[in-house]
Design a protein around this ligand. Sequence first.
Ligand SMILES: NC(=O)c1ccc[n+]([C@@H]2O[C@H](COP(=O)([O-])OP(=O)(O)OC[C@H]3O[C@@H](n4cnc5c(N)ncnc54)[C@H](O)[C@@H]3O)[C@@H](O)[C@H]2O)c1
Ligand SMILES: N[C@H](CO)Cc1c[nH]c[nH+]1
Ligand SMILES: [Zn+2]
Length: 433
Amino acid sequence: MNAPSIKYRGRLNALSPDARRRLLDRTGTSDIRVAQRTADLIARVRHQGDRALREMAREFDRAELQSLEVPRSVCEEALASLEPKLKEALARAARNIAKAHAAQKPQVTEVETEPGIVVGRRPDPLGRVGVYAPGGRAVYPSSVLMGVVPAKVAGVGEVIVCSPPGPDGKPSAGVLAAAALAGADRVFALGGAGAVAAMAYGTESVPRVDRIVGPGNAYVAAAKLQVVDAVAIDAPAGPSEILVVADSSADPEAVAREMLAQAEHDPDACCVTVAVGDVLAQAVAAAVERAAARARRHEIVTRALRERGAVLSVDSLEEAWPFVAEFAPEHLLIATTSPMEDLPKARNAGTVFVGQYASVAYGDYMTGANHVLPTAGLARAYSGLSVLDFYRWTTYQRVTRDAAARLADDVGLLADSEGLFAHADAARGWRKS
Ligand SMILES: NC(=O)c1ccc[n+]([C@@H]2O[C@H](COP(=O)([O-])OP(=O)(O)OC[C@H]3O[C@@H](n4cnc5c(N)ncnc54)[C@H](O)[C@@H]3O)[C@@H](O)[C@H]2O)c1
Ligand SMILES: N[C@H](CO)Cc1c[nH]c[nH+]1
Ligand SMILES: [Zn+2]
């Protein structure tokens, strides 16, 4: 096997403006070819419903679908047949996710803005959500848990799962087992843009949902962005990313393991290390190349590192933080001497792993934090999936008779100034003469 090359090497501040721009730009989802292909697939589902979904399963997943839906009993059987240690590990992950997300549950707030005027805000669980769990280059029972468990913690009315079928016409046994374990209400053997379109607009078999959550490849991420006229989404959670910030306390082999772990998701994955000093950067790059040469998912890892991999050096940690904020990685690993002191300096990361023992793999599966995270630099404004994604808010206001009288004149004045005279009349109706 050939050792791969890493696309960007050298000093961070010596990158040409063009190279820096290309390194920062991971917007595969807005790639015109992906966007157009995705739009065509969505249109096919809107016009042809289930027929289009069956054709897409044939075309992309090499699956003949008898039924688009997987009966609940099949999911239960998959859970019952799961190897006991694997079942316990899944259950442990589900428990931690439930615990972490239960702590995020929002409360009703009420504030008296003036005597007799109360403004409230109440979180209402969504009626029906769709969880996408990827299933192309790998299978993701963990993503089923990351979507379904928080939805159930929030009290969502109905949770449906879509995940691509294997050749037998069903998602993997692990995905089905995770769906049963987490309490998903319905499961569909559907992948890619077709699944997203089906959940957004509904088909003969698939009910339309109120919000779609979950990660996926560039087509899935593009599809979510294209259906926002009909449905809410969580965040664009596309091909995986890691940015490691390392100083002399970091073990180069451990940093390389982290780079490889995210690179093996997808040839479009983006894996970057910023190391203090040229010596450490060279040691990390050499460790990455050695690990990639023996990687079991060699082809994917090699492509990811060749296309978007980077190992760059800086003179001091202070040089690294502005780059972190600009890059806005899905995962940030702070492998430094004082990671807790460095944590506040890290802005715009989807999630942060504090210290080199906090492997990203632990968060991917087990810590209880959510692994569905914004990619492509969108962590500048979007946050990772949380229990809050499964609510909508109702605001309300109560006004006493006396408070109405005190509002009447000023509100009347404001309404007059906007030329909205019926509003002024409504306001002045409760004046006390
Ligand atoms: N950001 C996050 O939170 C997060 C979490 C987990 C996984 N991920 C990412 O999820 C992705 C999983 O990708 P995957 O491919 O393994 O599974 P996937 O389920 O996302 O994609 C498989 C589907 O893609 C569609 N597809 C494949 N080739 C296509 C083509 N040429 N044209 C149109 N559609 C096509 C098919 O419908 C197929 O069913 C990876 O990129 C991984 O890094 C991200
Ligand atoms: N690293 C992925 C998010 O980018 C999540 C995941 C699931 N399974 C393994 N990893
Ligand atoms: Zn991962």
